[in-house]
Design a protein. Structure first.
Length: 297
């Protein structure tokens, strides 16, 4: 009897995790559209600062009510991680402003590929055959999306997208040892609090006061970013990555639809094919990780 209840509870948690990840896909797509809308008049440094500021304001009441969550074993790493996160955001903001939204979104999905490579070199993980194959497949997808043979090379926007994905992977590698000793809410709180003072420095050099409409969009984007962070954290605590990864890839068609409706951007066939190939590679990685845990159990 107890086993049945436990199974039902696990299935319910997984369904909630999937629902949360679907919300993340939708909110991430809206976030990209807002950045594109803001990009002609607001510098990426300012967008990064206001995102951090409004996101921090959303969670500040909770942090003040639970000051114990700031107790951490990795204070320096929190600062380093926040700086890398800021650089990653700026890279993606530049990419969203100057490249097709669907292309940038497809490139963003390469972060797990870079995480896998980094784990081989820096975390002493053994490169298993399936993972190596998945990495090679993933890079084929990248080539299809960036189309380096068309137009004489990689566009600046997609180059920044690759940098953003690489930095995201570095952040995830840093988080692996941190998450073993710090609570999830501690990781989130430190990231929000530390990013604001770091982000204000580059923003000050290019500061131009946004208009009322721009302030509204910036505040919405900051709130969405904070909510997304919380939803992703909660989703992965409820369900396995192999179940959630396919849901996150719904972001690509959502972004493509919004980009076409709002900006008239069309998506070439190579982007759909490349994005699908990257998706397949990431799914292979998630499945191989799950199979490994099953064998260990």
């Amino acid at each position: 009897m107890a086993t049945g209840v436990s199974s039902d509870g696990t299935e319910r948690a997984a369904l909630i995790g999937v629902a949360l990840m679907l919300c993340v896909a939708v909110l991430s797509a809206i976030d990209a559209v807002i950045v594109r809308q803001l990009s002609p008049g607001v510098h990426p440094f300012i967008i990064a600062f206001t995102r951090a500021l409004f996101g921090c304001l959303v969670f500040l009441p909770y942090i003040l009510a639970h000051p114990d969550i700031l107790t951490s074993n990795f204070r320096f790493l929190h600062v380093f991680r926040a700086a890398l996160k800021l650089l990653s955001l700026i890279a993606f903001f530049i990419a969203f402003a100057s490249a097709p939204l669907a292309d940038v979104t497809a490139i963003a999905f390469t972060a797990p590929i870079f995480v896998t490579i980094g784990a081989w070199f820096f975390l002493s993980e053994k490169p298993r055959a399936l993972r190596v194959f998945a990495v090679l497949v993933g890079f084929v997808g990248v080539v299809l999306v960036i189309r380096p043979l068309q137009g004489g090379g990689i566009s600046t926007g997609l180059a920044f997208a690759l940098v953003g994905a690489l930095l995201t992977a570095v952040i995830q590698l840093i988080l692996k040892p941190m998450s073993g000793r710090d609570r999830t809410e501690t990781l989130v709180a430190w990231n929000l609090l530390v990013t604001v003072p770091i982000a204000i420095v580059p923003a000050a050099f290019v500061w131009a006061t946004p208009t009322a409409v721009e302030w509204m969009l910036l505040s919405i984007q900051g709130v969405l970013g904070a909510i997304n962070m919380a939803l992703v954290t909660r989703a992965f605590s409820l369900a396995e990555a192999s179940l959630l990864v396919p849901i996150d890839f719904l972001r690509l068609p959502i972004v493509a639809g919004l980009a076409f409706a709002l900006f008239g951007q069309t998506v070439p066939v190579t982007t759909w094919i490349g994005g699908s190939v990257i998706f397949a590679a990431t799914l292979l990685m998630a499945r191989s990780a799950r199979n490994r845990r099953d064998r260990e159990i």
